[in-house]
Design a protein around this ligand. Structure first.
Ligand SMILES: Cc1cc2nc3c(=O)[nH]c(=O)nc-3n(C[C@H](O)[C@H](O)[C@H](O)COP(=O)(O)OP(=O)(O)OC[C@H]3O[C@@H](n4cnc5c(N)ncnc54)[C@H](O)[C@@H]3O)c2cc1C
Length: 347
């Protein structure tokens, strides 16, 4: 009989992130499908009461917490100690955790300490004939596998964006505190601050409905023999501002800055989508001035509906990689789209 533990950390404001609710959805799915299983919750953070209360109506029977200022920020030594202590207190056989950057670097080490195994990038869980299987993607999202394990505890890092967030309501939860003895060495690393782009310069929006991708064509000479960078910048930023889309890019375009060419300054390698870039999840994607080559389009695996605007009717998008290809000048199309958005239209 499995003891399923949802293991999550709180955000700095004490809340639970959407990714934690998604992991809870996966844990609750397993619990529902495995007769006789128990569902428990383990929370780590400065104070976990608000987070526990926010999901108190879920089917979990017990809550464990590791709290205190030492656990407010991400730090391998303290996070691993907290996770290990909760897993032991709960006697968990299955540990389901959101694969946030904070947890992803800690969970495999925790599995090692517990004599268990960890699987990362889990995008699905299922039970058939009492056997649990998990899904994950390999070779840059080109191949999907379904796999199972007999080793326990089994830690599953659930990829954010891959599940429906659990919609369970709030209530009053009783949290059993688990104490962790930390040596001074465990507290050597301190987070002194967070550097991040200003809110209006933040173009990567994982929760956006639409991914808007720019390719190197925006910087190429156009029909008049000239490049039009200021116009490209104005069209792209204007669209992002109005649509609140997330901004992606082809590798060719972000690489140009490294090669000292005139480029769009708001793009960095963090925007790159593809084999050597990111694999974002959005309901829709619109690619502009991009050729749609294989190493680029593997990053589109989890985009629901794909559209592209390219001048080249024989480009990669036309070869079955886009649902809709507009063979058109992206400068003209996006100017018209921005005009429609400004007059109250919908993107
Ligand atoms: C090992 C390896 C890994 C790679 N990993 C990645 C990766 O992770 N991500 C990635 O993106 N690439 C990756 N690449 C590179 C990839 O193969 C392509 O070279 C790259 O994505 C092409 O970028 P692009 O389409 O922006 O540029 P280009 O190939 O230069 O295409 C520009 C396009 O813009 C169009 N265009 C120009 N002007 C207009 C206009 N006015 N309106 C509409 N269309 C216009 C042109 O018709 C053309 O199709 C990788 C390559 C290798 C070898």
């Amino acid at each position: 009989m499995e003891t399923i533990l949802l293991l999550a950390h709180t955000e700095t404001d004490g809340s639970l992130a959407k990714s934690a609710r998604e992991a809870l959805h996966a844990a609750a799915t397993l619990h529902k499908s495995l007769a006789g299983s128990k569902l428990l919750i383990g929370l780590v953070g400065k104070n976990v009461r608000a987070a526990a209360n926010s999901i108190a109506a879920c089917p979990a029977t017990k809550y464990f917490g590791v709290t205190g200022a030492d656990f407010s920020q991400a730090r391998y030594a303290t996070d691993a100690a907290a996770a290990e202590a909760i897993c032991k207190a709960a006697q968990a056989t299955l540990v389901v955790a959101p694969a946030t950057s904070r947890w992803a670097r800690v969970l495999p080490g925790v599995a090692q300490r517990l004599g268990g195994r960890a699987d990362t990038h889990v995008t699905g869980v299922a039970v058939a004939d009492g056997k649990i299987s998990v899904n994950r993607w390999y070779y840059r999202q080109r191949m999907e596998s379904s796999q199972t394990r007999t080793q326990r505890p089994w830690i599953l890092g659930i990829d954010p964006g891959s599940q429906e967030p659990c919609g369970c309501n709030a209530g009053m939860a009783t949290v059993e505190m688990v104490s962790v003895n930390l040596s001074d060495a465990a507290k050597r690393t301190t987070v002194v601050g967070i550097r991040e782009p200003k809110a209006d310069a933040q173009t990567i929006r994982p929760d956006a409905q639409l991914l808007f991708v720019t390719g190197a064509g925006w910087t190429k000479k156009q029909a008049d023999g000239q490049t039009h960078l200021p116009e490209a910048e104005q069209l792209i930023l204007g669209f992002l501002k109005k649509s609140r889309a997330s901004l992606g890019s082809s590798k060719s375009l972000v690489d140009q800055s490294g090669e000292g060419q005139a480029v769009l300054p708001f793009l960095s390698h963090l925007n790159q989508v593809g084999q050597t870039g990111a694999t974002p999840r959005h309901a829709k994607g619109l690619s502009t001035c991009c050729h749609g080559e294989e190493p680029h389009t593997v990053g589109w695996r989890f985009i629901g509906e794909r559209r592209a605007i390219s001048l080249d009717p024989n480009c990669g998008w036309a070869r079955g990689k886009a649902d809709v290809l507009y063979v058109a000048d992206a400068f003209k199309v996006m100017a018209k789209v921005n005009e429609l958005l400004a007059s109250g239209g919908n993107a």
